[in-house]
Ligand binder design. Structure first.
Ligand code: KG4
Ligand code: ZN
Length: 344
């Protein structure tokens, strides 16, 4: 079984071909960093136009690299939301056109489900598993019970962790994209230099908050007349320490709910762009070890947005019989757990 996946929901245009032997036959990602750098963040209209210019070229490249023709595919999958709607539309229309021309089944994939399931391509993770999904748009603790079956234990009540990384990086003027640059700087800084707050520490439940932490960094920057490079590194390290402590505190609660509900389950996973962060991965590895759970995460290169995650989630859906009609509409919002509230 061979599936083509297309991703265009934020600032990466990406295409990949995967098969049901868990092989990545090709993966191409085109990041729009240069388009957005001077604005310090993603500009939706610019993103949509850039996707439009690149999408069909990347499909061609992914198919050529995989050495496959369209009629060798079993299905075409696309991230049909949630995301910046102009970009999502480009991917959805491209995927529908390919499916229609070549008589292939069309599979609409929730971008978040792409993040949630990718780990099953690289590791032997079984349902149900506990998942921290942490990206630019979301921060949620979920129980993944099966393909299409998610229970949200908590979400952020304000910013996502990725947003906080990006905004703090912007305040410190350490370059775009923020998260990876901040992590590099944090390695050179003192994590105890600034005593930034851990917003939800000690509170009940599994919700997250990062906005107060971001404000604390802004206040610390304003208090200092000049910021040396070392000050910046120390702020990065202290900020990252607080983010990790926030996640750790919240996940302890999520683990106890998960273990109570599923005493025989054994897997704990982190996914999404922020899962590329070494300190976040290490903290979750430690938590899992202490809780007798097996830690798994997608390889770092498959944490930030890519086509493989959409092709793989599409394949997982397709082999269970999920198909979508050509009347499927791109969705700017699309929660994984439709019974939960709308927190990110
Ligand atoms: O999953 P993703 O590529 O896009 C969304 O679905 O939102 O996540 C992007 C987010 C950005 O906020 C980026 O700064 C963050 O992931 N990120 C990181 C790292 N790499 C990417 N944050 C912290 N450390 C990293 N190494
Ligand atoms: Zn993403």
């Amino acid at each position: 079984m061979i599936v083509l996946g297309i991703e265009s929901s934020c600032d990466e245009t990406a295409c990949a071909v995967v098969n049901d032997k868990r092989e990545i036959l090709s993966s191409v990602v085109w990041s729009q960093y240069d388009e957005h750098r001077r604005f310090g963040g993603v500009v939706p209209e610019i993103a949509a136009r850039a996707h439009l210019e690149k999408c069909d070229l990347l499909v061609r490249e992914a198919m050529d690299k995989a050495g496959k023709s369209f009629d060798q595919l079993d299905a075409v999958a696309v991230a049909a939301g949630p995301g910046l709607i102009g970009g999502v539309l480009v991917g959805v229309m491209t995927a529908k056109a390919i499916a229609l021309c070549h008589g292939l089944p069309f599979v609409a994939v929730n971008h978040l489900e792409g993040h949630a399931l990718t780990v099953r391509l690289s590791s032997d993770v079984q349902f149900p598993y506990l998942l921290l999904l942490t990206s630019g748009g979301h921060c949620q603790a979920l129980i993944v019970k099966g393909v299409g079956q998610y229970e949200k234990l908590g979400g952020t009540i304000d910013d996502s962790a990725g947003e906080a990384f990006d905004k703090v990086a912007k305040m410190l003027d350490i370059g775009y994209p923020g998260g990876p640059n901040l992590e590099k700087r944090a390695k050179l800084g003192d994590p105890k230099k600034y005593d930034f707050p851990v917003p939800m520490k000690g509170r009940k439940g599994c919700d997250f908050s990062f906005s107060g932490l971001k404000t604390a960094v802004r206040v610390a920057i304003e208090r200092q007349k000049t910021l040396t490079e070392q000050d910046k590194n120390d702020m990065c390290a202290s900020f990252q320490r607080a983010v990790v402590a926030e996640m750790q505190d919240r996940l302890k609660h999520a683990i106890s709910v998960f273990k109570e509900r599923y005493p025989n389950a054994k897997d704990m996973v982190v996914a999404g762009g922020v899962a590329a962060n070494g300190a976040v991965r290490q903290m979750i590895q430690n938590l899992a070890d202490k809780s007798d759970l097996i830690f798994s995460a997608p390889p770092v290169g498959l944490c930030t947005d890519n086509g493989v995650m959409i092709a793989w989630a599409g394949l997982e859906r397709f082999r269970l019989g999920f198909r979508d009609g050509f009347d499927f509409r791109a969705r700017p919002r699309w929660p994984l757990d439709t019974s939960a509230d709308t927190r990110k």
